[in-house]
Design a protein around this ligand. Structure first.
Ligand code: PA5
Length: 352
């Protein structure tokens, strides 16, 4: 087991520098937003009645974030498509954002084809690959993000890029106006989470230590909290190589909570992601639901978002989870960066 307070050992256990990439989230967000705002040709927003965001895995999380941030501000629906076919309602009045960091994900490329066939307006987000080759041929703008990251580590670019594009098109979500303060706040937060800060005052290291060998279960309130919880889950999977689950309140109070029956909780560590803007009727559910999990034997802790705008809350939760998942991977003896199982699957499917 690596001691998270031994900075030299932590750095050695992270040879590809995932911790530094995670700390760079504020820079990625700022740069991504500008790339999106300056994409060309800028599609018209005239007559658009829905946005479909297509992507898989690390590239799809951006769609969840945009849908959650836009829920209170956009007058049109945002659907996130994780698969190779668009829903039947997509047509000429749909803006389809096709996002693949590598540009080579088969499901996402199939969505590009489907969108083109149906006459949708299309925008692409990618660092290269076949998506970069094909999208301009279809006359679509491409938000070209920098190459060289793991897809999940490019979240700042993948989220803020399309947000910049959408806002330049006239879909006001508040990302541009809230970004400067959010990025500054993230920088301050990152300074408390980096490897040089000891566990006693580093919430991400402390949490990774507390989780230990237990299975992380992450809860969040529907909307921003739930999107952050899903991101924590996938980061626990990929950075910590750990099975993990996430769920949202109030829904989990109508099913999952029954599973927390006597003796069932001892292998789990429950992390409740909280923020100040949770609806009151959801906020009151957290302590009661967590107590049920504790009574089942689980350990449970709350992690609170930074206060401020929706962007502040979402990005701060994402950053704490990103750091915690990397520290958990390191503590468990894994190099956080490689994702052998995904590479193996992609290879096998390409050959099939
Ligand atoms: O985290 C990952 O690497 C994966 O979830 C990928 O994001 C996913 O396989 C899709 O690849 P891409 O983001 O390149 O489209």
């Amino acid at each position: 087991m690596i001691d998270l307070d031994d900075e030299v050992a932590v750095r050695a256990a992270d040879p590809a520098g995932m911790l530094d990439v995670v700390a760079a989230l504020p820079t990625h967000c700022r740069e991504g937003y500008e790339l999106g705002r300056n994409a060309s040709p800028m599609p018209s927003n005239e007559g658009i009645g829905a946005i479909a965001f297509c992507g898989m895995g690390g590239s799809a999380v951006a769609g969840d974030m945009i849908a959650a941030l836009g829920a209170d501000r956009l007058a049109l629906p945002v659907v996130v498509v994780r698969g190779g076919r668009l829903p039947a309602h997509c047509g000429a009045s749909t803006l389809v954002v096709v996002s693949s960091y590598s540009g080579n994900t088969s499901e996402t490329l199939a969505c590009l084809e489907d969108a083109t066939r149906r006459g949708c307006r299309v925008a692409a987000v990618t660092s290269g690959g076949r998506l970069l080759e094909r999208a301009p041929v279809e006359g679509s703008p491409v938000v070209r993000v920098p190459a060289g990251f793991m897809p999940r580590a490019a979240l700042g670019y993948l989220t803020m890029g399309p947000l910049g594009l959408l806002e330049a098109m006239g879909f006001e979500i508040g990302a541009g106006s809230d970004l400067a303060a959010a990025a500054e706040q993230l920088e301050t937060l990152a300074a408390t989470l980096v490897p040089s800060v000891p566990s006693s005052v580093n919430p991400a290291k402390r949490l990774a230590r507390a989780v230990g060998n237990r299975v992380p279960v992450i809860w969040g309130a529907a909307g921003i909290g739930a999107v952050a919880a899903a991101r924590w889950r996938t980061q626990m999977n990929e950075n910590a190589k750990a099975p993990a689950w996430s769920a949202e309140l109030p829904e989990l109070d109508h099913n999952e909570v029954v599973g927390w029956s006597e003796g069932q909780g001892s292998r789990f560590f429950l992390i409740a992601l909280r923020h100040e803007a949770e609806p009151r009727d959801v906020a009151v559910r957290f302590p009661v639901s967590m107590q049920i999990a504790r009574d089942a034997g689980a350990q449970a802790e709350e992690v609170w978002a930074a206060d401020g705008t929706p962007l502040d809350r979402l990005l701060s939760l994402v950053m704490i989870g990103d750091f915690a998942s990397v520290y958990l991977g390191i503590a468990r003896g894994f190099d956080p960066t490689p994702i052998d199982a995904i590479a193996r699957l992609k290879q096998a499917l390409a050959e099939a």
